[in-house]
Design a protein. Structure first.
Length: 282
């Protein structure tokens, strides 16, 4: 198993265990974005990290910014931060419990989190403010946002999309976890958001589309194109098609696992199914 695939697989184990121990979490959408987070936080292109971080200086102004707009996937991000050493692995089991550092949605008191997102659809607006400030200060920090495709039903997303294009925020990269589902069912049936590619293009964005949002190698090749030398005036949107509940076959493409806790039999089955890794994630 390639190194980054192994990390993503371990993160899925950590996520399942923490979710079961805490009896909390949004499992479906957290599992769908594990590979995206792995590519971003652990990936390198031409020996350079996709995302600049420093465990010894988590609040340094020299580092890049990441905003988890799909904040319900907080536990997936916490598992990444634990893997990197920002937080104690044992803390994961306390997720969303009373007096826990690891709140239901990310907060900037957690080491490794510089900026917290608000409610669904607000992350891109927050990112715009950061990106504009960096432009004013003539800094080269990059701003990454991970959003869910269900968030695109929010009008604020499109106001923020116009703002980012108007201010030529080419230091901003929005990655959309396109798992095509939300809490109550299929996005297409609740409020269709397609064509996403054409919409962001029409709003003045550079749009990059991956074939498989679980293909870590492809994501590592794709995301740096946001900063290509010819892109001097556009923010970038990366579309990453994913599967809700990925790596756990009985959970895949089931919106009932959007916000749920597993029973003991389900947990045992999930761990058993994780013993047979997916083969299409390089």
């Amino acid at each position: 198993m390639p190194p980054l695939t192994k990390i993503a697989h371990e993160l899925a184990f950590d996520l399942l265990n923490a979710s079961y121990q805490s009896q909390n979490s949004f499992l479906g959408g957290s599992l769908s974005c594990i590979d995206i987070l792995t590519a971003l936080y652990f990936g390198k292109k031409d020996k350079k990290p996709l995302f600049r971080l420093n465990i010894k200086k988590p609040g340094s102004e020299e580092l890049d910014y990441f905003i988890l707009s799909k904040a319900h996937a907080a536990l997936a991000l916490y598992c990444v931060l634990a893997k990197l050493g920002y937080i104690d692995q044992k803390e994961l089991a306390s997720y969303n419990k009373n007096n826990s550092l690891l709140t239901k949605f990310p907060n900037n008191k957690i080491p490794g989190i510089k900026i917290q997102a608000g409610g669904p659809g607000e992350g891109l607006s927050i990112a715009n403010g950061v990106a504009i400030a960096l432009k004013i200060d003539k800094k080269d920090n990059k701003v990454f946002v991970l959003a869910g495709d269900g968030e695109l039903q929010e009008g604020q997303i499109w106001e923020a999309a116009m703002t980012a294009a108007h201010y030529k925020l080419n230091n901003l990269c929005l990655i959309i976890d396109c798992n095509k589902m939300q809490q109550d069912g299929h996005i297409k049936g609740i409020k269709n958001i397609e064509p996403i590619y054409d919409k962001f293009k029409a709003f003045g964005w550079q749009v990059l589309s991956s074939v498989d949002g679980h293909n870590i190698k492809e994501l590592i090749d794709l995301i740096p194109k946001a900063w290509n030398k010819n892109n001097t005036i556009k923010p970038t949107c990366v579309l990453a098609p994913t599967i809700k509940g990925y790596r756990i076959p009985f959970m895949e493409n089931k919106f009932s696992y959007h916000n749920s806790t597993l029973s003991k039999p389900e947990m045992n089955l999930a761990l058993k199914q994780l013993q047979t890794p997916k083969t299409n994630t390089p």
